[in-house]
Design a protein around this ligand. Structure first.
Ligand code: ME8
Length: 519
């Protein structure tokens, strides 16, 4: 039987500087979604990459005394390093400067042109280089410092006048509104969808889609001097990654349309308005869903280089460990909402949820098996009501996690899993296996088996969030085989008689480097 497919993408990042925590957050979350689907039996294509053209890149390179090519080569490599460090399991990393992408963007342009949706005129209006976005006069205001800025994003805008090709976006308002009606899951979460609908209901203006004042972009076909507006180029990465323009390829036929575009809340308009309009114009199928996550703030402050509070994701991973960092962001911040991080909040999650609740439970139960059962998982005897109740709760997690992940509610899956971890701790304390050791050895064996079985289910389900630590936990439970690690294994039971390796801590407590005290 062929596996169902799942094509998931992240935004492609601007490599005009080093990656920040927001970039890391989006990749970690998308990675968890991709891993979940793979473990759940899907054939996944997970695409990420860097968005390397445009005026911002051109200007940053000039400031740094580099060519745009040197700038993007240097920085794109750092984004890849971040993905490697954070265990982001992408299948393809697209760079918009690659030839495969140029071919794809020029083809979508030709199709939009053929559809009669592209015309030449003069552009005059406000442009934000930082956002690479055009703004209507009413979307900007002049601040006390005399600088005109975008009201939505706070970035400075500059007056721009040049000959430009335009896309007839105004012709698509009705079709877009019909899309939001007919495909109610197209935009998530719901608050974002409402924003988009009111924006489109307010009427759409045609979009300037080429520039002539610099040349760092994909050339417009048969129009010397024009390079494409960076967002046409950027959005098209998603079909390039699926093999476009080779529509006859197995890759394209298998994966396009995308199932999920994961993006941040600041770029919803590009993905939920411009992108479907371009695809409609080019006669190509539309993605199934665009999900916008919130912004991550450092102790409530918006991160920005000018404020100087960008915390390097590499530093965070080194300070706390990759898995605790991944867990923190996905457990702490409801996916779709804004969230904060701070040293104290990360340490609190590490020590309470990971080291204490899950780590100690594993350590205590597995040590008892090592000491009292010769390191062999015991066979369970008849199950008591408490055993049945706990096992039923653990068995229910698969469906709960699937529902949560399918709605991108990653935090809810984790909440459900940690509820069962807490229940298991209560069970373990109430059953007192250390006392049973002397009074009813067989009952102790059953309690240890039940605990190990719940740990196995938890270990399987946290693999998308903490791939390495979950792997360690599953190793300790004797679950090394790949088929033992797929979600399908949740329908089986752990086998008594399994020989277990010597127990070792999975989630160490965080110790402040200054004090240097032992964990
Ligand atoms: O927008 N918290 O690139 P980008 C969470 N190249 N997410 C954040 C964030 C924060 N503080 N800051 C940014 C671009 N992001 C375009 C995308 S896609 C065809 C082209 C998110 O490097 C942001 O919302 O500015 C976006 O999804 C991603 O990081 C890349 O941002």
């Amino acid at each position: 039987m062929t596996k169902p497919k799942f094509f998931i993408t992240t935004a492609i990042d601007y490599p005009n500087g080093r990656p920040h925590v927001g970039h890391a957050y989006e990749k970690i979350a998308s990675d968890a979604l991709a891993r979940f689907k793979r473990l759940d039996g899907f054939d996944v294509l997970f695409l990420t990459g860097t968005d390397e053209h445009g005026l911002k890149m051109h200007q940053t390179a000039a400031r740094e005394g580099l060519t745009p090519r040197q700038l993007v080569d240097r920085n794109s490599a750092v984004f890849k390093d971040m993905d490697a460090l954070l265990n982001v399991s992408y299948d393809d990393f697209i760079r918009t400067t690659e030839p495969r992408h140029h071919a794809s963007v020029q083809e979508i342009w030709r199709r939009m042109e053929k559809a009669g949706d592209i015309y030449k005129a003069k552009y005059a209006g406000w442009y934000s280089v930082r956002d690479e976005a055009y703004y209507a006069e009413g979307e900007t205001q002049v601040g006390d410092d005399g600088v005109r800025r975008s009201i939505g994003t706070g970035t400075p805008v500059e007056w721009t006048e040049e000959e430009s090709y335009f896309f007839k976006l105004s012709a698509y308002a009705e079709r877009l509104l019909a899309l939001y009606r007919d495909q109610p899951d197209f935009i998530g979460p719901a608050s974002r969808k409402n924003e988009v609908i009111s924006f489109v209901e307010g009427g759409l203006e045609d979009l300037s889609i080429s520039r002539t004042t610099f040349d760092w972009g994909v050339p417009v076909p048969d129009a010397p001097g024009h390079v494409m507006y960076v967002w046409i180029d950027a959005l098209t990465n998603y079909i390039t990654g699926a093999g476009f323009p080779d529509e006859a390829s197995e890759k394209y036929k298998t994966y396009w349309p995308a199932d999920l575009h994961v993006i941040g809340k600041d770029i919803v308009r590009f993905h939920a308005v411009y992108w479907p309009a371009f695809l409609m114009s080019a006669g190509l199928p539309l993605p199934r869903r665009v999900f916008a996550h919130g912004f991550i703030f450092n102790r409530g402050e918006k991160m920005s280089k000018s404020v100087g509070n960008v915390v390097d994701p590499f530093d965070l991973a080194h300070a706390y460990g990759v898995d605790p960092m991944r867990f923190f962001f996905l457990r702490e911040v409801p996916f779709g909402q804004d969230g904060n991080y701070s040293h104290d909040a990360i340490v609190a999650r590490m020590n309470a949820d990971l080291a204490n609740d899950l780590g100690n439970l594993a350590q205590r139960s597995l040590s008892m098996i090592a000491k009292n059962c010769g390191g062999v998982l015991p066979q369970p005897g008849p199950l008591a009501a408490a055993d049945e109740t706990l096992l039923a709760q653990a068995d229910g997690l698969m469906a709960a996690a699937r529902t949560a992940f399918d709605a991108q509610e990653i935090h809810k899956a984790l909440e459900a899993i940690w509820f069962v971890v807490a229940e298991t701790n209560r069970y373990f304390t109430a059953q007192e296996p250390w006392a049973l050791r002397k009074t009813d050895f067989a009952r102790m064996e059953t309690v240890l088996w039940v605990t190990a079985e719940v740990l196995r289910i938890v270990g399987l389900l946290i693999q998308p969030i903490m791939p390495k630590s979950a792997g360690t936990l599953l190793d300790l439970l004797g679950q090394q085989a790949p088929e033992a690690r797929a979600f399908a294994a949740i329908g089986t039971r752990i086998a008594g008689g399994t020989v277990l390796p010597a127990p070792a801590p999975v989630f160490p407590k965080y110790v402040e480097p200054e004090t240097g005290e032992g964990a």
